[in-house]
Ligand binder design. Structure first.
Ligand code: ADP
Ligand code: MG
Length: 677
């Protein structure tokens, strides 16, 4: 008997080719198929009179076929089948493109339901390639699945139906019975069936509630058990020397900074390992918090590692950290791809003897066979890149487990942070240092482009620098890439031919990219035309103007990140968003950008407007994709969190039989998405 673990190929009609196509949709097993939820539903119970239908409307009519459709080839060699249908109120012309099977299923004089968009004109209405159903009236709500080129919605519907026909109970329930009873949640198989083939509004709502809860519950259990693992004891005891550090600063820490430093120090002094996320808007002063912790760690006799996502950022952190510790005798070293072999050897040797106090470098390098004498604290600057996967690489390099702090520059709403970083404690810098010049932001359409360019020139002429960002939605998108590059090239040869223009894009070799970035940092390049790669935080205080083309294509949080590249110095900065978008959502999003500079507020709005799926753009969060749960559903999220905690409290390793299914689900979730190494 097939069940959720059965390979999809066990289903009738699924051969190797189909299996391959299904795999592309993430469907490998029967369980995956059952969790391939409908995108929406087609309600075929709302039948319209043909006379009442409106042009361009998607609707459903029930009508009798005049004559069996006849085929005729068009110029492209496709066969068009045409016929007319009528329901007594009007006549509708039906065209079926190149689908003999569908055309032949229509019999003269019989009644069918036609679902599709009304085209043609007022006197001669038509419907092209409608969905056609026998009008026997018993199944009226149809699931509509996300399709691919070779797998259509109908095919998936058929497969799902066949599963329930063979085995009405293919899935085991990963929500333990007592929780289901407490929350009055229906069991799994009925819920799944109802979600695919709704029978009743109330049942459907309950089924959905259950599946949403389940998804969040499994995720929370997974993340919390990761956190549990990390609540390990540690012999790395770091004392609080922060006041000494503050005394060396040219400024006072903000309240948020002191709070974050205190939270961290308390935990690093507790005898348990710290695993913490430091979240703060661009410019909120995360580096200072990191430096304060490094300072206390070194004073307590430990070494520190500071990892950055790119070489250029490692360089910048190196410079910043050195400046913070000017008045100390800390030994600070930089290890990047450009470090000579000889220096690398020397650095590695000195790390082992404990001569080096702080090692700064790129993720890859620091992880690579680097051995510390007594590593006490690892700081990772993740910028916007999330991911549970890489974080632990350094753990255990020394004899004792070091504390870790992950810095993220993407403000994310608390609910979401809880989801994504459920395995970490969180500190938030929700306050900017005083005296920041707000970045003026304008949203304009492309008729203002020339003016915007002139404004850029004016700043360049005054000795400032600027950015022009063109979107590249998918880095793999060849056409996109070409046009972004072409656009950049054209700009450098026409409008900005009298200036030094540099171009960076995602497809460049890291070395070439770093070279351009370095030239921009040093001021050799005046105007940097780029795709989103500059998102990853380069600090060029002299850059004061940014133009973002096709701004509607970026997520708000992305725009905010981009914008954070300017306004970093003493000059007033301006950001101009160019967009010809006409839809309301796009326009209101850009208006939010112009109105507020609070990253958390922007993130909240973004989440509300776009939903979590799009929130992170390329799904950089490293989290399993949520199939049904909306991360905005705070109530269920909290519920899931509470119950996950309870389950883990009573059964930390999920070894009790009543939690066996849950354990399996958690394992599946993380394995499939390769979160754990
Ligand atoms: P982030 O990494 O969070 O974007 P940085 O750590 O780069 O921000 O800090 C931005 C700038 O603000 C730096 O020049 C830093 O020296 C300065 N800064 C940090 N904290 C304060 C503070 N409390 N008061 C004034 N300036 C500060
Ligand atoms: Mg920074």
């Amino acid at each position: 008997m097939i069940n959720e673990d059965s390979n999809i190929q066990y289903l009738k009609g699924v051969g190797e080719k189909r299996a391959e196509a299904l795999a592309k949709l993430g469907i490998f097993t029967v369980g995956d198929l059952l969790r391939y939820y409908p995108r929406t539903y087609r309600n075929l119970s709302k039948i319209k009179n043909i006379s009442d239908t409106v042009l361009d409307e998607e609707c459903c009519v029930k009508a009798i076929v005049d004559k069996k459709p006849v085929g005729a080839k068009n110029r492209k060699g496709l066969t068009l089948f045409k016929t007319r249908v009528t329901d007594g109120t009007g006549v509708l012309n039906i065209t079926i493109f190149n689908n003999k099977f569908a055309a032949q299923s229509l019999n003269e004089g019989e009644e069918y339901i036609f679902y599709g968009k009304i085209g043609g004109n007022f006197t001669k209405k038509e419907m092209s390639s409608p969905e056609i159903l026998k009008a026997n009236g018993n199944k009226i709500i149809h699931p509509v699945y996300p399709q691919s080129q070779s797998i259509n919605s109908k095919y998936i519907e058929k497969l799902v139906k066949s599963v329930f026909e063979i085995n009405p109970k293919p899935c085991s329930d990963s929500v333990p019975l007592d929780i289901r009873e407490k929350l009055c949640l229906p069991e799994i198989n009925g819920s799944l069936k109802e979600l695919h083939f709704p029978t009743n509004e109330d049942y459907f709502a309950e089924a959905k509630r259950r599946l949403v809860f389940e998804e969040l519950f499994i995720l929370q259990t997974g993340l919390l058990s990761l956190k549990g693992i990390k609540k390990a004891e540690s012999k790395v005891i770091i004392d609080d020397f922060s006041e000494d550090f503050y005394a060396t600063l040219p400024f006072k820490p903000t309240k948020a900074q002191s709070r974050a430093v205190n939270d961290c120090l308390k935990q690093m002094n507790s005898g348990f390992v710290m695993n913490r996320l430091l979240q703060g808007d661009v410019g909120s002063g995360k580096t200072m918090v990191a430096a304060a912790l490094i300072h206390s760690a070194i004073k307590s006799g430990f070494q520190c590692a500071f990892m950055a996502p790119t070489e250029i950022l490692a360089n910048q952190h190196f410079a910043t950290v050195k400046k913070f510790f000017e008045s100390t005798d800390f030994n600070i070293q930089l290890l990047t791809g450009s470090t000579t072999a000889k220096n690398k050897r020397e650095i590695k040797a000195k790390l082992q003897t404990g001569e080096i106090d702080i090692l700064i470098g790129t993720h890859a390098l620091i992880q690579d066979d680097v051995i510390f004498k007594n590593l006490g604290l690892v700081i990772t600057d993740e910028q916007h890149r999330f991911g549970v996967n890489q974080r632990n690489a350094l753990t255990g390099k020394g004899d004792d487990i070091p504390h870790t702090l992950v810095m993220s520059a993407t403000p994310i709403p608390r609910t979401l942070a809880l989801m994504i970083y459920g395995d970490l404690d969180i500190s938030i810098l929700d306050e900017l240092p005083p005296g920041r010049q707000p970045i003026e932001t304008y949203a304009v359409d492309s008729t203002k482009r020339e003016r915007a360019y002139n404004y850029v020139k004016k700043h360049l002429d005054e000795g400032r620098q600027g950015y022009i960002v063109c979107p590249l939605v998918e880095e793999s998108d060849v056409i996109q890439l070409a046009s972004a590059e072409e656009f950049a090239k054209k700009l450098s040869e026409t409008t900005f031919k009298d200036y030094n223009v540099g171009i960076v894009h995602g497809k460049m070799k890291p070395k070439d990219k770093d070279k351009v970035m370095q030239d921009f940092v040093s001021g050799k390049i005046q105007l940097l035309v780029s795709t989103t790669v500059i998102e990853v935080g380069v600090d060029v205080p002299n850059a004061v103007i940014m133009i973002i083309e096709n701004a509607e294509r970026f997520g708000l949080s992305q725009l905010h990140q981009l914008r954070g590249r300017i306004g970093r110095g003493k000059y007033k900065s301006t950001c101009i968003l160019i967009s010809d978008a006409e839809n309301d959502t796009a326009i209101s999003r850009l208006k939010i950008m112009a109105k507020t500079s609070d990253g958390f507020k922007i993130a909240d709005e973004d989440l509300k407007l776009r939903g979590p799926g799009d929130f992170f753009g390329n799904r950089q969060h490293g989290l399993p994709e949520m199939k049904i749960a909306m991360l905005t559903d705070t109530f269920t999220l909290n519920e899931a969190n509470t119950f996950a905690k309870e389950v883990l409290k009573n059964d930390p390793d999920l070894i009790k039989p009543e939690n066996a299914n849950l354990k399996k689900a958690v394992g599946n979730l993380f394995n499939k998405n390769k979160i754990l190494n």
